[in-house]
Design a protein around this ligand. Sequence first.
Ligand SMILES: [Zn+2]
Ligand SMILES: [Zn+2]
Length: 381
Amino acid sequence: MWNDLDPDVWDRMVSHRRHLHKHPEVGIDLPDTHLFVLQELESLGLVPEFIPGAGISVTIPGTNGEALPIIFRADMDALPVEEASGSTLRSVRPGAMHACGHDLHTAVLLGVAQDLIARPACRDVILVFQPGEESDRGALKTLKHENLRIEVAEVFAIHVNAVMPLGSIGFRYGTFMAAGDWFRLEIFGAGGHASAPEQVGNPIRLGSLFVEELHALAQELSTEDLRVVATTTEFLSGNAVNVIPSRGSLRGTVRTVSQSQREVLHSRMQELANRLERDHELSLSLSITEGYPAVISDDEFMEHLLGLISEQGFPSVQGMQVPSMVIEDFSYFLKRWPGAMVYVGAAVGENPFFNHSAEAEFDEEAMKTGFALFRALAPVA
Ligand SMILES: [Zn+2]
Ligand SMILES: [Zn+2]
């Protein structure tokens, strides 16, 4: 059954998670986290492969060498967010927080490693711990590991979700998560006296129009089944109460599900920038950088996984009507091998704050569901 879990494995998982949560690291270089994971794997007698900036992997052989290997991936990076919680688990590092729950992913996979040593699986399992998921394309670096030089395999990962009911599983056939790109708008002008806004373009006014019109554009291009999201996340300009600034810059992300929507959105954004430039006494430069591809699950793999989920009696499984507008570089793994990612609900009570919020919280009990999904896919021989 799904909740058959060795108490010793569980205790270690919880203590790993708490340690990682208190000591988050952001980006691609995660020296303390790497060391922690390496030491844990080595203490199990494993010989992990470690590439600085590209994470850690380890192959745990199964009892049937003929069986199809499976790759389990966890990400390890945190976010540049100041944690709001007053709990004893709070991050001890100012300005860094495991606000996306990657601490749970890492702890679960360490638990899977411990359990696989005690109860070998029928198939080879390759565990992958990658840095830099949030915006550094860590997956592309991790995919260069020797352990991943395999043509034929399956691949699977979970993502904890701070607003889905604890222990529930959210899945979707086909596109599970959106594709995402990043944009930057630079605004250049002459600057001037705050008393004479009619004489000089104001980057703050133009930037505000851009933010609003971009938001409206995303809504216009959305359909019931295929959403388009455009979110400005950074707006820098000005440094005085009585000076119209000469510069401004905005950054943000756009999310789409269909390639045609993506192309239309990009060209309409450029048109918007051109129009704003014409209407104001300012020069603009808009750049759009290709981000992550969509996370697309394999139908056959998903069918198999849902069969296992129902056999094992997981308490709550929900098919998602529309793709999540989150992006994930696990998509690069799914471009190489068939597999899937699913959400694991980790809500704490009624806390409404989703992943990436300074107020987000993840219930540790969700790790039981995650662990059980991995072990269902790599059952004891
Ligand atoms: Zn995230
Ligand atoms: Zn994440």
